[in-house]
Design a protein around this ligand. Structure first.
Ligand code: BEZ
Ligand code: FE
Length: 297
């Protein structure tokens, strides 16, 4: 049996993989093997470092259950989730043949771990912020396709942490759903609802990923944002956020999710009449944003 040299090991592993039924699995696995071997060569990994890596991955796995997904957090904080989002959105845009004058679609960003299926379906204009920490904010705008055609009855899921940076899921006990809802756009593609102006908050940093961030000299914070997910038949699903323009950490989001096109001014208003006619007894904000969805190919 021929003895293999270190530099030939990756090729030997890939040559051993035969009987491919799935060409994309072949492409992914052989590339993974090549890059993993190149990485080990590049840093001249020691056995101690390899054991540390294995212990880190083991601890990461042990911190995964239906409430906490430390591997996704690892992917998020290494920028991989955002890279996958960007590749997927470019793929969707490439499949769509845009006509002259069409606008660019709204940019996507990470889903994050705090989406909770089954949020209440509410009427447009409802207030999901009342009773939660945070300054009131009125969100409004329109959903159209890239040609500017209004999209009626588009499902708009919204969710955020409160004015202290905490999501309902993090409150423990029986806090139940808070600060989340599903709305549907009106005949003109319009949407509007009340919530709070979200504040910055740290990603969960009490596990192995938090330890990694600390050793990297990185903070765990995300700038304030409202999560939005838009689903309309005949259009690509859009998962995105609206980022608060005066929030700290816009330049150093722990998960690299910020897109300039998603930064929104939360205009401040004194107590008084709001755009929907509601009379506010305390100061409030308004955030306006129009979404553009890509028609499916
Ligand atoms: C979030 O925005 O909710 C989030 C995204 C990635 C990791 C942790 C939290
Ligand atoms: Fe979030």
């Amino acid at each position: 049996m021929a003895q293999l040299q270190a530099q030939d090991l990756a090729q030997a592993v890939n040559d051993r993989m035969t009987d491919w039924q799935d060409p994309s699995f072949q492409q992914v696995m052989s590339s993974l093997v090549r890059h993993a071997h190149a990485f080990v060569q590049d840093v001249q990994l020691t056995p101690e470092e390899w054991m540390t890596a294995i212990q880190f991955l083991t601890a990461t796995g042990k911190m995964c259950d239906e409430k906490r997904q430390e591997f996704i957090l690892l992917s998020d904080t290494l920028g991989i989730s955002m890279l996958v989002v960007a590749i997927e959105q470019a793929r969707g845009a490439a499949a769509h043949t845009s006509k002259p004058g069409e606008e660019r679609p709204t940019e996507a960003t990470v889903l994050g771990p705090f989406y909770w299926e089954g949020a209440p379906e509410l009427e447009l204009g409802a207030d999901i912020g009342a009773g939660n920490a945070g300054e009131p904010a009125y969100y409004h705008g329109r959903v159209t396709d890239t040609a500017g055609k209004p999209i009626a009855n588009c499902a708009l899921d919204v969710w955020s942490g409160d004015g202290e940076g905490l999501y309902d899921m993090q409150k423990g006990g029986d806090a139940g759903m808070r600060l989340r809802a599903r709305f549907h756009t009106d005949a003109d593609g319009g949407y509007r609802f009340w919530s709070i102006k979200p504040t910055f908050y740290p990603v969960p940093d009490d596990g192995p990923v938090g330890g990694m961030l600390h050793r990297m000299g990185r903070h765990p914070n995300r700038p304030g944002h409202m999560h939005m997910m838009l689903n309309a038949p005949g259009h690509e699903r859009l998962i995105t956020h609206l980022f608060v323009s005066d929030s700290p950490y816009l330049d150093s989001d722990a998960v690299f999710g910020v897109r300039n096109s998603l930064i929104v001014d939360f205009a401040a208003h004194p107590a008084g009449k709001a755009p929907d006619g509601r009379v506010m007894d305390k100061p409030f904000h308004t955030a306006h944003y129009d979404f553009r969805l890509v028609p499916t190919a």
